[in-house]
Design a protein around this ligand. Structure first.
Ligand code: GDP
Length: 304
């Protein structure tokens, strides 16, 4: 990810280095190139606009202060602005004072929620937690089975509505809200300190899905609602994120498929537009392809 954006910015800064002191025109030309590179990387227009305005203001200020190496100064400013739009500080799960900590996953079908549930459970388990996975995606025929497989790989138990009932082509019956609530009760009685609830996703945003997710949220009052989004969806990321923010609300974002050739727009837009931090990144199909999202490291990767 970010390869083309990174290449574009690198060549922009290379041009800048050939200059001594930067004029306002140099700075404007540079910002035009940065704007174009960000738009081509599918960053939301509003985000690009604000980013460009901030960089310009700070770069002009830096020029006036007579920095010795103006090009480096601009790189530094761009870096700082990238870190800011990516959410600033890294943030991980906030654990509840009274366990279990309830983590609910929401997002479109295929975003990578089930895969992420396993990764998160695996990561938490390796840190001494005792997570329980809850299969509240009763929409997709094979979702419960898929979560069971993921749970087994992660070495954590799973709470499912009708264990063993969901075959390859069977849609499990049951009420996802009740499953989520029972899952949390079960976690409490069996002393699991974390519950991760996988919920249903549709191919597109729809009202029924949102209502179901909101009902689950109301039933279990989660400590964290993680909005899981495929980084490959580009410009659609902002609209989808906004719909989930309005429909369910969420406390953090998980970006998936960062190992693919996404152009990076989703990463650079979602945190800024929603005001929610990107907490984790999913970078492949293996359990261990999972990391805490560090805005500063991501910015450095872009400006490498
Ligand atoms: P869900 O419908 O949101 O539960 O999505 P799934 O967890 O079933 O994931 C959909 C597909 O994306 C599956 O084939 C996963 O193996 C794949 N997948 C999930 N996360 C990643 C990732 O970070 N990288 C890659 N390359 N594939 C992923």
């Amino acid at each position: 990810m970010f390869t083309s954006l990174s290449d574009r910015l690198t060549s922009t800064f290379k041009n800048l280095r050939t200059k001594g002191r930067l004029s306002e025109a140099d700075i404007d030309a540079t910002i035009r190139e940065i704007r174009r590179a960000l738009l081509d990387a599918d960053v939301a227009v509003a985000v690009v606009r604000e980013f460009a305005a901030n960089v310009r203001e700070r770069a002009l200020g830096a020029e006036v202060s007579g920095a010795l190496n103006p090009a480096e100064q601009v790189v530094k400013i761009v870096n700082a602005e990238l870190v800011a739009i990516l959410g600033g500080e890294a943030r991980t799960v906030r654990f509840a004072k009274n366990p279990p900590t309830v983590i609910m996953l929401a997002g479109l079908q295929g975003a990578g929620k089930t895969t992420l549930a396993g990764k998160l459970a695996h990561d938490l388990r390796s840190k001494g937690h005792t997570p329980l996975l809850v299969a509240a995606d009763l929409q997709r025929p094979n979702a419960v089975n898929q979560l069971s497989v993921v749970a087994e790989r992660a070495g954590v138990p799973v709470f499912a509505p009708h264990p063993g009932v969901a075959g390859e082509d069977e849609v499990p019956t049951g009420d996802p809200v009740a499953v989520a609530r029972d899952g949390v009760d079960t976690a409490r009685s069996r002393e699991h300190d974390v519950v991760i609830i996988d919920t249903a996703g549709r191919l597109g945003v729809d009202a029924e899905l949102m209502q179901q997710a909101a009902d689950i949220r109301d039933a279990v009052t989660p400590d964290e609602v993680l909005f899981v989004i495929d980084a490959m969806i580009g410009q659609d990321a902002v609209l989808t994120a906004q719909a989930f923010l309005d429909g369910v609300d969420f406390t953090g974002v998980v970006l998936t498929k960062l190992d693919g050739d996404a152009r990076g727009g989703a990463a650079l837009s979602v945190a800024k537009v929603t005001g929610r931090p990107i907490m984790f990144a999913s970078t492949g199909e293996k359990l261990t392809d999972f990391e805490v999202f560090h805005p500063d490291r991501m910015a450095s990767r872009i400006l490498d």
